[in-house]
Design a binder for this molecule. Structure first.
Ligand code: ADP
Ligand code: MG
Length: 258
């Protein structure tokens, strides 16, 4: 069954060397470089410890959620969505093995290099939209589109292409507009996510988040400031004075228990 431990830590170490490099960190996971011992091929391995999750949720739910992410990724096939190779678990952690996308994530690229030139933003943004359209065709709402969840094939802005990652809170909508869970990242929330108590939301929330991503790409700053964030979003009041070169910490994701 899904909840039974499949492997021991020793068995994993025989097949995967994950000791050296941490590629990134999310709120609940660590993504490490994983070299497959058999052929030396590099991958990215998202590791979620059950203990970290258990602070937020029952262990049963949390383990199912990374399995959900892995199985969902495996059912998708798009050049601009990260591919899942396999997943496995031990009694303490869950491992999701993905293709390695080597250029870091878009958030770090913007934090270090500022806004994108229009031409580069255009080259990057179109395939991001195509990937989201593909998700929506499959009735999947991503719900957490933001620059840290867009991976780049290389660091060079004139050449890099995007791959959407982190389907950790993605939702199979079956065509409905009735998700009511407050999840995602506050700065990228659509108004209807903020008002989810009063009515459901659906695919369009991704389109809103794409707009925020485009704003951040072109200006290097978020459109809505921390102060009175929800009021600004609901009223559509973008900040009049962009804080260029702001190095503030990225907003953290609100946990979702849908
Ligand atoms: P979380 O659900 O905890 O936010 P993510 O799946 O977003 O985890 O991964 C966290 C970070 O790890 C990303 O922002 C990115 O920097 C890095 N990362 C994730 N997947 C890959 C990958 N396939 N290749 C390279 N880096 C990755
Ligand atoms: Mg993430």
């Amino acid at each position: 069954g899904v909840l039974a431990p499949d492997l021991t830590e020793e068995e994993i170490q025989e097949s995967w060397d994950m000791r050296s490099v941490v590629l990134g960190k999310g709120s609940f996971s660590e993504v490490r470089l994983g070299v497959r011992v058999r052929d030396g091929r590099k991958h990215a391995v998202k590791v979620v410890s059950r203990r970290v999750f258990e602070k937020f949720q029952s262990s049963r739910k949390s383990r199912l959620s990374l399995v959900h992410e892995a199985e969902l990724l495996k059912s998708l096939d798009h050049p601009h969505i990260v591919k899942c190779v396999e997943w496995f678990q031990t009694h303490s952690s869950l491992y999701l093995v993905m293709e390695l996308v080597d250029g870091g994530d878009l958030l770090h690229n913007i934090l270090s290099g500022g806004a994108f030139a229009e031409e580069d933003a255009q080259r990057l943004f179109r395939p991001i939209c195509e990937a989201v359209a593909y998700l929506h065709e499959k009735e999947v709402v991503h719900r957490d589109l933001k620059p840290d969840n867009v991976l780049l094939t290389e660091k060079d802005r004139a050449k890099c292409l995007p791959k959407i990652a982190d389907l950790g809170v993605a939702w199979k909508s079956a065509g409905s507009e009735d998700s009511r869970t407050l999840c995602g990242t506050p700065h990228y929330f659509a108004p209807e996510v903020i008002n989810a108590k009063h009515g459901g939301y659906g695919k369009k929330v991704d389109v809103w988040s794409l707009g925020v991503v485009l704003y951040v790409l072109l200006s290097g700053t978020p459109p809505f400031e921390d102060e009175w964030l929800y009021e600004q979003i609901v009223q559509g009041n973008t900040s009049s004075t962009p804080r260029s070169g702001s190095k503030s910490q990225p907003p953290r994701r609100i946990w979702c228990d849908a």
